[in-house]
Every structure is written in C-alpha cells, then in structure tokens.
Design a protein around this ligand. Structure first.
Ligand code: SF4
Ligand code: SF4
Length: 330
C-alpha cells in the first residue's frame, strides 16, 4: 500500500523508471498530482515492472499508488475481457487430496505447462498447484489490481488448509504475493513462504558431496516480481557460488534489472522487441555463456531475442540439477 506520509516528492521513482523518459521537474509535478489522486500521462506509460517500489529511498511503495490510479483512469482492457480472464482463473469447487505435511510446494499454474522444469529428486516434496493456487499477480499487470486483492485471501486460506508450516513457492510471483502483497492487504499468512531459491540453497547444502561445479559465466535475468521482495536476493548469489557459476556484472542486473517487457505487448503500449534485444545483448557483451532465469515468463518472452543471438537459457533449478549431474550442461 502506498504510504503518502513517507513520500518527500524526491521524484526518483519516475526519474529512474526505465520505461518513460521523465526529467526531475516533470517527475515532481506528476508525483504531486498522483499523490493527490489525479491522472498524469505517466500512468499510461507504466508497464507495471514494480521497480519503483524498490527504487524509492523512503519505501513509500509508489507502484502501489500507480496501480490504484491505473485502475481508476486507464482502461487497458475492456470490462468483458477482464471478467473473462478472472473467470478463467477462478476456482469454485472443493479441494481434494490435500497433502498432510509440514512443508508443501505450490507450483501455481505452472505444474502442467512447465512440468519439464519440475523434475528429479530436487522436487521430491508434496505439491499443490493449478487453478485453486493461482496467485493472481497477473492482474496488477493488467491494470486491475483490485482483482489481485479480491482473491488474495482465498489463495492464502487454501494453502493454509494443507496444514503446512512452510510453503515453497515455485514461482517468484507466488512468493511476492505471500511474503509481501497479502500481508500488505492486512491478510494474516499462517505459514512461512519459502522462496524457490532459498529452498535450492538448502537442498544444495545438504547434498554438497554430490555437487560438481558447473564452471560457467552466466547472466541472471531478475524478474519483475523480485522487486517486491529484495530481501531474499542474497540467496541467488549464494546459490551461484555453491554450484560454481559466475554471475557476470552487467548493466541490467540487480536494482537495474530490465524486466522481460512482455507487459508492453499485453497493455498495447508498444513493441517490447527493442528492450528485449538490448537485454540479451547486454548479457552477451558482458561475457555470459548463458542466461539463468527464475520466472518461466521471462524465458518465454526473451527467447526469440536469445535464440537470435545464440544465448542459451537455463532455469535456475536446472542449474542445480546440472551441478548434481542429473542433466548435462551441454
Ligand atoms: S514515492 Fe518515493 S521515490 Fe517517489 S517521489 Fe515519493 S519518496 Fe521519492
Ligand atoms: S512500475 Fe516500472 S514502469 Fe511503472 S513507473 Fe514504476 S518503474 Fe516505471
């Protein structure tokens, strides 16, 4: 939730935005209007990358205000298209076959479509997934944050019904929802959300005798949802060190990460191809032999540019499976 009392109108959230060209004077003017609940053209330029929530030096959560104002003033989609998408993800039945376990993994809606990424002993823990466990973060990318808010409690309640004390989140968005967004809505989350990479670090440490360093220079593609929970970022570096890969220094990483840009296409606010090409070329020119991704959506949306420039993609879990000797780096 945006915290007006923390905003000192420094303008940094808009000046540093990678998706609009705004000088300090314009940024401060727009920010004053936004803080008063008014429309500014920047609302139509925002691609919902969440970066400004991380950029704000006062932790005022400026994106949360942008999301509220986008819903009020910008109509990226017709009402019936939003209603149809909401219906597509809404679960109304009873839950069956709940695991009785202290720790469960939620695969969100990726369990089937991304089954190839969830293979091997690494994922040998009880799982839930599919529509009942959809995290709804998609809707803040569609300019209708209220739908994300509306369904957040149901998601938390369904996961709580597993009785698990810890819920490992396969998808970064689910972790953002459970660790930051739902508590921000005042929802009590009665279990500990565990980020996938925290889980991977723990697994590798328990299996160090099986680990063979991968010896590769990689670029990391940091997804948009990671902006919500930067406190877990140290696990990424820890994991890379444990499996013996070097994260190359590049322009678009860490706080300066460039999101996959697919939302431009989704919202009809321009072609993402130029930004995607720039991102891949930044990785290549920084000496990366491959790009490691956390979010399958990043891979889907950057793969055309990556293929064109012959940069392989590796899922972060598969990096661990390479180090375990389960799959070949080749
Ligand atoms: S929201 Fe944060 S970054 Fe933006 S103007 Fe206010 S204090 Fe500055
Ligand atoms: S969410 Fe991203 S695109 Fe939107 S204003 Fe913030 S930094 Fe810019």
């Amino acid at each position: 939730m945006f915290q007006l009392e923390k905003c000192n109108l420094c303008g940094e959230c808009l000046v540093q935005c990678q998706w609009m060209d705004v000088d300090l004077e314009q940024a401060v003017t727009w920010k004053k209007l936004m803080n008063a609940g008014e429309y500014v053209p920047g609302l139509d330029l925002c691609i919902t990358c969440y970066a400004c929530n991380e950029i704000c030096p006062n932790n005022a959560k400026p994106f949360d205000l942008i999301a509220e104002l986008q819903e009020k003033y910008c109509r990226f989609f017709p009402e019936d298209a939003i209603a149809a998408t909401e219906k597509q993800y809404t679960f109304t039945g009873d839950l069956h076959g709940l695991p009785d376990t202290k720790r469960v993994m939620t695969t969100c809606v990726f369990g089937k479509d991304e089954a190839a990424l969830i293979q091997g002993g690494l994922y040998d823990l009880p799982r839930v997934g599919g529509k009942p466990y959809f995290c709804w973060v998609l809707f803040s990318h569609m300019g209708v944050e209220s739908i994300q808010r509306k369904h957040a409690r149901d998601l938390v309640d369904r996961l709580a019904k597993t009785g698990a004390e810890e819920v490992v989140c396969f998808h970064d968005d689910c972790y953002a929802m459970l660790a930051r967004i739902a508590p921000g809505y005042g929802i009590d989350v009665p279990f500990r959300p565990v980020h996938l990479v925290e889980y991977l670090v723990e697994y590798v440490k328990k299996n160090m005798d099986r680990i063979r360093p991968v010896h590769m220079d990689i670029a990391y593609q940091r997804p948009c949802a990671s902006r919500h929970t930067p406190e877990k970022e140290h696990f990424i570096d820890e994991l890379f060190e444990l499996v013996g890969v070097r994260r190359v220094e590049r322009a678009y990483d860490r706080e300066k990460a460039l999101c996959c840009a697919a939302v431009k296409m989704l919202l009809g606010i321009g072609d993402p191809a130029e930004a995607q090409e720039r991102n891949i070329m930044d990785a290549k020119e920084s000496g990366a032999q491959a790009m490691v991704y956390l979010c399958p959506m990043c891979r889907n949306n950057l793969s055309a540019a990556a293929q064109k420039n012959e940069l392989p993609f590796i899922f972060i879990g598969d990096l661990v499976r390479m180090a375990l000797g389960e799959i070949s780096p080749a």
